[in-house]
Design a protein around this ligand. Structure first.
Ligand SMILES: [Fe+2]
Length: 198
């Protein structure tokens, strides 16, 4: 799996296109389903768990995606970024899955609590399963139609949301946060608390 192209969109939003991703994505999705007993969740909104967390050891195929994205993001944002894996007790929000069924959506939020950059990898994107919306610095809303086999990178301050899925097939993406060192570890800091949704 490798990056074939990189386009810049609004607001320091970058689109990476991958090739030879099929096997890695299939393994990741299979390991995700196999590890169901270990799933933990953030919070339920409109009858859906927003974030599904899986220990990295149970989903080793995801490492390749996260490592590739971290390297690319360090280049794009011009600083050394790390993706924290394997210390879920310290940092829970390093990566997670978004499983969206028909009628599901994700409200407006950002990831700015601790991270420097964030991203999302589109693992399984049925048609009409929800566009990625984001606000530019003037507050204008833009839409990006996700494509399987791509990764979006953006500053963690970017306000974004996902439209309602109108597909009867499951939409699966993997989101992640990337950090600068030294890490800021604040146990009171809940990056996906309700107060971040607006
Ligand atoms: Fe997000």
């Amino acid at each position: 799996m490798e990056i074939t192209s990189q386009d810049s969109l609004h607001n320091d939003l970058h689109l990476l296109k991958l090739e030879n991703f099929e096997e890695t994505f299939a393994d990741t999705i299979e390991q995700l389903h196999q590890s169901k007993e270990e799933w933990t969740f953030s919070h339920k909104i409109q009858r859906r768990w927003e974030n599904t967390y899986v220990p990295i050891d149970s989903i080793p195929a995801a490492r390749e995606i996260l490592n590739l994205a971290t390297k690319a993001a360090s280049k794009v944002f011009g600083r050394s970024l790390v993706c924290i894996q394997g210390v879920e007790r310290l940092i829970k929000d390093s990566f997670w899955f978004n499983l969206m069924e028909e009628g599901h959506s994700t409200g407006w939020h950002n990831h700015k609590a601790r991270a420097h950059a964030s991203g999302v990898c589109y693992l399984q994107i049925p048609e009409d399963s929800g566009k990625f919306r984001y606000r530019d610095s003037e507050g204008t809303v833009h839409c990006h139609t996700p494509i399987q086999g791509t990764i979006l990178l953006f500053p963690s301050t970017l306000n974004h949301s996902v439209e309602t899925s109108e597909s009867d097939q499951l939409r699966i993406s993997m989101a992640f946060n990337l950090y600068t060192l030294p890490l800021r570890l604040d146990p009171e800091d809940d990056p996906f608390g309700g107060n971040l949704f607006f």
